[in-house]
Ligand binder design. Sequence first.
Ligand SMILES: *Cc1c(COP(=O)(O)O)cnc(C)c1O
Length: 401
Amino acid sequence: MSEKINKIPIAKPWTGEAEAAAASRPILSGWVTQGPEVEAFEQEFAELVGAKYACAVSNCTTALHLALLAAGVQTGDEVITVSHSYIATANSIRYCGATPVFVDIEPHTYNINPTLIESVISDRTRAILVVHQMGMPCDLKAIIDIARQYNLPVIEDAACAIGSEILWDGQWEKIGKPHGDIACFSFHPRKVITTGDGGMITTNNPEWDQQFRLWRQHGMSVPDTVRHGAKQVIFESYPMLGYNYRMTDIQAAVGREQLKRLPEIIERRRFLAERYQQMLADVPGLKLPTEPAWAKSNWQSFCVRLPEGIDQLQVMQAMLDAGVSTRRGIMCAHREPAYSHEKWSCGIEQKDCGCQKESCDQLRESEQAQQECILLPLFHQMTEKDQDYISRIFETNIRKL
Ligand SMILES: *Cc1c(COP(=O)(O)O)cnc(C)c1O
């Protein structure tokens, strides 16, 4: 067996003593679930992204579920979105009993192609759920223009986009303000900052924010923090069907420390992404990710499209043999076994559809991106030496295969 000098993961959260100390606060205080730390985290998060309201929940999937419910999505409705995303995006629509209507992506940004949205709007369309894929802001201006014409709410799946920015009326603004109606974030360790698991919903609509707060805690009329502090006995009631989608104070305490690190994390990621761009610029046939002039990505993932005829699996295996972890391009929900029986649509009537199993003519760019792209390691603690090694191994294999 050959000795492996390097072992580079695809991603690694940046956490340390500050997070460990923060987590010990609620543990030592005895108030461990949703309480003062969650409230402080919400305020700090809202301030960071420029939103009026931020409501913390258990993860981004539950955040998306509540966002769709607030938008009024019900059984039998349609929600326009992309298949080319983590499966949670489509699943959240199915939780409401609605049908995801998948639109293809742009081949360079890997985000929804706004020019394809209008043709799939029907009288059952209830919302548009867009994704800022891998942290790259999608073309919100174009999308919101269409949505407003049809009076449709826009929900932003910003799971990967904490700290990403968009040029809005001449100003750089953080994703999550939100520019649509509701934005949902994830604090899973694969994202840019982490609380273990966790999510956040931002909106400027006070009624929706109130609604999220009820839903996340079983629809309970009086939160347990209020009963705990009350001088008189209070009976709570449950006026609606709710969920247990709470974030704990342990998670929130960690999240508050992670927010402090965010500017440094973004700066480092942008530096490393720029460095990849330079180092890989001359690899024949390789297509590097592009950032529109109106977008600043947090580079949650660095996605490259392999030269024609190069096998994704072979490259990934060769990289792994050299101690470098990679991942394939973003998955397509419509090609997963779950969606051979879950309901979805590409906007074309089923009877006119001559597509093969696990493939859809309307979603060519999505499928090609899944097959032709790989993600290279990118994380805060990665050294320039690591990156030199990754680039060298990668280029050598591309030229060899
Ligand atoms: C990770 C991710 C999710 C799910 O986030 P969780 O916090 O793990 O529930 C949803 N959408 C996208 C685009 C993601 O990348």
